[in-house]
Ligand binder design. Sequence first.
Ligand SMILES: [Zn+2]
Ligand SMILES: [Zn+2]
Length: 280
Amino acid sequence: MRLTVLGSGGCMVIPKPLCQCRICREARKKGAPYARAGPSAFLHDINLLIDTPAEISCMLNRSRIRHIDYLTFTHLDPDHVEGFRMVEQITLDFRTWHAYPEKQICLLLPEELSQRLPSIHSQYGPLVDAYENRGFIRRKTFESRVQIGPVSIDALPVDRGEQIAFVYVFQRAGRRIVYAPCDLKPFPEHRSEVKRPDLLVVQPGIFESGLRHRFEYPVDHISRSTLYTFEETLELAARIEAKKVLFVHLEEYWNRSYDDYRAMESDVFSFAYDGMQVEV
Ligand SMILES: [Zn+2]
Ligand SMILES: [Zn+2]
């Protein structure tokens, strides 16, 4: 399988608008791989786009993606869905106000996410309904597993009460990628699908030292309810016996540059950058 990390950043792009910190100044000057757009990836085997940050249209152009057959979301937080309108930018012929049929994108979602998607609105009502009615997308929902061409996809729920996020497991010809970029706590490590993956794509979790202004996370900080610490994430990866680990969703406030991350890498884990391609 071939995966492109379209964006390796997290909730905030790097450089964060207006920010004059060391990380953002360097990113502004040097661009990628120091600069990072929001969390999104593309699985080439089935032309599947995973998540649409606000800047997704530019990211697709930058990585020279030429066709999207499928779109899915891991969850509905703004940093993953704000760019949903890219389906209109791709498919609409503004001269006729009709969608090009050959550009229509299949929105592929687990049932529980599909049910929640209408909560995302514009002034015309739920975005998903408007896009479906106008032919930009067609919907395909599934329970927990779906086969798309040569790739099977398992959707494992991360139950977080009011919200829900999904860890996706992509498999092709005995190769396996576990994709868990955000909101992965509590990680469903009891599930057999996540054991011994060839590649785990995951958020590194909170870095507790080296933060700007010497910030320290209080023990009851809200981020601790959604994120593991970096050390806990490494332990998790070891417990599920991931053969390789690729860290994504790298946050500006962790105060680390591309070079800082490179210096931390090991034989097992590395840090993604925008446009990075991995083969499994
Ligand atoms: Zn900054
Ligand atoms: Zn996120």
